[in-house]
Design a protein around this ligand. Structure first.
Ligand SMILES: C[S@@+](CC[C@H](N)C(=O)[O-])C[C@H]1O[C@@H](n2cnc3c(N)ncnc32)[C@H](O)[C@@H]1O
Length: 226
């Protein structure tokens, strides 16, 4: 497998509007297991989100492209164990994602079928804006619009986390994903996602002024503003 350049023309199965709805629903819900294993958000919460939250009062965090909603739910759980009063809003323009997210109601989290552009148009503001596995999904124009919207929506910080492309990440995922992928698009789309994802220098090269690309372990990259 050639991983020397981004496979930008590779499409993920879940991005086919005619993909099997039951498989897609299982995929959105199973993301919780995959994200817990690979995304490293517990540590990003401590290092990048907590320091940007207001010292007192209710904080608001937005999860853009929330998919099945597991990151939004985890953020409220970590906030409550770390003593923060946190409201989390998860949005995704795909109603099938929000239907999967709303299966598990969690106090402090609301889900809405909206895009980043809808929130900007509505004049919404949040202390911190986050996303997981959205950047690699977008083409150049979509990514530029998404980062522009994120900067408009965040008063303190934006943190967008994604896979960092490497041979090791590809090999590990190829070995581990069959354990959790039955009945979902998770194995094939995960491998395609790794091929579409950025190295740290590649991400740094496409980020607008004011953003920085950070490599974090294991196999992750962050686009951070603020
Ligand atoms: C691969 S999924 C990631 C889902 C979830 N964050 C996770 O990690 O499991 C990418 C999601 O981003 C959403 N998305 C794409 N563009 C968006 C935008 N401009 N605003 C909000 N969500 C967007 C898509 O609808 C899709 O559900």
């Amino acid at each position: 497998m050639d991983l020397s350049t981004r496979a930008v023309d590779l499409r993920e199965l879940m991005d086919d509007p005619d993909c099997d709805p039951a498989t897609l629903d299982r995929t959105f819900r199973r993301f919780a297991v995959v994200n817990a294993a690979v995304s490293g958000w517990r540590s990003v919460w401590r290092t990048h989100v907590v320091p940007a939250l207001p010292a007192a009062g209710r904080a608001r965090v937005l999860d853009l492209g929330c998919g099945g909603g597991d990151l939004a739910r985890s953020l409220t759980r970590w906030a409550s164990s770390d003593g923060f009063d946190l409201e989390v809003v998860g949005v995704d323009p795909d109603p099938r994602a929000i239907a999967a997210a709303e299966r598990h109601r969690t106090t402090g989290v609301t889900f809405r079928t909206e895009s980043s552009a809808d929130l900007v148009a509505a004049g919404q503001r949040f202390d911190v804006v986050v996303s997981n596995h959205v950047l690699h999904h977008l083409d150049d124009a979509e990514r530029a619009a998404f980062l522009h919207d994120s900067a408009e929506l965040a008063t303190a910080r934006s943190v967008h986390s994604d896979i960092r492309r490497s041979r090791a990440a590809y090999r590990l995922y190829a070995l581990g994903s069959p354990l959790v992928s039955a009945g979902t698009f998770i194995r094939e789309d995960g491998l395609r996602s790794i091929r579409r994802s950025f190295t740290q220098p590649e991400l740094a090269a496409v980020l607008p002024r004011g953003w920085r690309a950070e490599a974090v372990a294991p196999h992750r990259v962050l686009a951070v503003r603020g």
